[in-house]
Design a protein around this ligand. Structure first.
Ligand code: ADP
Length: 190
């Protein structure tokens, strides 16, 4: 199974991505997590993207696409994957189309976690207290929301037109949301 998980910052993508990955035995590949690991390890990539991420801005498409293309070639991604945080721009959608075409693969579905904007801010503020992510401060959260609305939310229409979009209610407990996701995804996992 090859799928994307989309939704606003704080919608619970990372949490649900891990549960989906365990359930279907596919790797959950998060561009944000890859960037954060590189920042923590002070790699050249980490140093290049650190400031942009702290400001809530996107990393340039060429960099992000190169990271994803390389990751999808690793052995564990051979039989399927879940992408969390990519694509986030129209150019990234096109880049992913090309990656898939080259590999003679296709997307099974695009999962969208839908949440109330108030829930999002609450969750991000709580996460800031627990995890201390550098981009979970109020100014950056607002910027990430803006960028999501401008650049990423419109991509949902693209995937909807392709008949790939599956909307899931992201409100409630982690288990409630996971239950809805598994119910919606089971038909793709055969
Ligand atoms: P969130 O929880 O806000 O959705 P992520 O962990 O997915 O955040 O990503 C954190 C940050 O990493 C983003 O705000 C952005 O700066 C950068 N990033 C992650 N994925 C992409 C992408 N596909 N394109 C550009 N920048 C990205």
């Amino acid at each position: 199974m090859r799928l994307l998980i989309m939704g606003a910052p704080g919608a619970g993508k990372g949490t649900q991505a891990k549960l989906i990955a365990n359930h279907y035995r596919i790797p959950a590949i998060s561009t944000g997590a890859i960037f954060r690991a590189n920042i923590a390890a002070k790699t050249p990539l980490g140093q290049r993207v650190h400031q942009l991420i702290s400001a809530g801005e996107f990393v340039p498409d060429v960099i992000t696409t190169a990271v994803v293309a390389k990751r999808l070639l690793e052995d564990d991604a051979h039989n399927g994957w879940l992408l969390d945080g990519y694509p986030r721009t129209t150019d990234q959608v096109e880049a992913l189309d090309i990656i898939l075409e080259d590999a003679k693969r296709h997307l099974d579905c695009v999962l969208c976690l839908e949440t109330d904007p108030e829930t999002l801010i609450d969750r991000l503020v709580k996460r800031a207290e627990i995890e201390g992510r550098a981009d979970d401060n109020e100014t950056t959260i607002r910027r990430r929301m803006e960028v999501y609305t401008e650049e990423t939310a419109p991509l949902l229409a693209t995937y909807e037109e392709r008949g790939l979009l599956v909307r899931v209610n992201g409100e409630g407990t982690v288990d409630e949301v996971a239950g809805r996701i598994f119910a919606a995804l089971d038909k793709y996992s055969a």
